[in-house]
Write a protein that binds this ligand. Structure first.
Ligand code: MN
Length: 251
């Protein structure tokens, strides 16, 4: 099982989640919301061979913490993964849109300078802007659009730009979300939970809850459970080798 976007550091007991992920043999990309969280979390996953850590600066925090983007050049040397980064155009964050875009562009530039990274990208209410930025930095790495909620036209543009997609239980529950997932190339789809932010039945999702996303994908694709997992695992292997220098997550 693969959870390509969750926030292990934000659960009440992160160490217990790391242990449970290890015990279950899950592949996880744990994203961070500020660069300051990166070194703390890095120590916690030292002995977790299947957990990768993303260096992030969440767009919703950019208004307060944009200066932390200056920590990226040094910390990028420590990871092949970047996230959560991106732009949020929803009403509470519109005031910082310009600053968010500048910050995202700086991050993409740093990634380009370092030979590219795998990026887990937030694009709520700002799909067009995010795609403009990705187009401007074609060497920034492999872009994975997490919980994509743009229009079908924006989705088609993202596909043309070579983007990947991580989709979770909440997205697959809605008709709109399922419609978008149905338009994504199967070879570029991965599973995520976005826990603990995303919830199901009033409780936060945990990485192993990707099973419900797998089941929804199996139904959409017309595959059995095993074939669905095989496709997702092959996708992860390909994503991990998409750009020069990335270490393979799924060995
Ligand atoms: Mn998230």
């Amino acid at each position: 099982m693969i959870d390509l976007h969750c926030h292990i550091d934000l659960y009440p007991d992160p160490a217990a989640v790391v242990r449970a992920v290890n015990d279950r043999g899950l592949y996880v990309l744990s994203v961070t919301t500020t660069p300051r969280a990166f070194p703390v979390m890095k120590r916690m996953i030292k002995e977790a061979p299947r957990i990768r850590l993303g260096l992030g600066l969440h767009p919703e925090l950019v208004a307060q913490r944009h200066s932390e983007v200056d920590l990226f050049p040094a910390l990028l040397a420590e990871t092949d993964y970047v996230g959560e980064v991106g732009i949020d155009g929803s009403p509470p964050h519109r005031g910082s849109l310009d600053l968010q875009e500048q910050t995202f562009r700086k991050i993409l530039m740093h990634c380009s300078d370092r030979g590219g990274r795998v990026l887990s990208i937030h694009s709520r209410g700002a799909a067009g802007k995010v795609l403009d930025c990705l187009e401007a930095y074609p060497n920034s790495g492999a872009a994975v659009l997490h919980w994509f909620s743009g229009s079908p036209k924006e989705l088609a543009r993202a596909v043309d730009l070579g983007a990947w997609f991580s989709v979770g239980p909440a997205m697959l529950r809605s008709d709109r979300g399922r419609n978008l997932v149905g338009r994504m190339p199967q070879q570029r789809v991965l599973t995520e939970t976005d826990g603990p932010f995303a919830q199901e039945g009033g409780r936060p999702l945990y990485p192993w809850d990707v099973t419900s996303a797998e089941a929804a994908l199996a139904e959409m694709w017309g595959f059995d459970a095993k074939s669905t997992r095989d496709v997702l695992k092959q996708n992860l292997a390909r994503l991990s080798t998409t750009h020069r220098g990335a270490k393979v997550l799924s060995e």
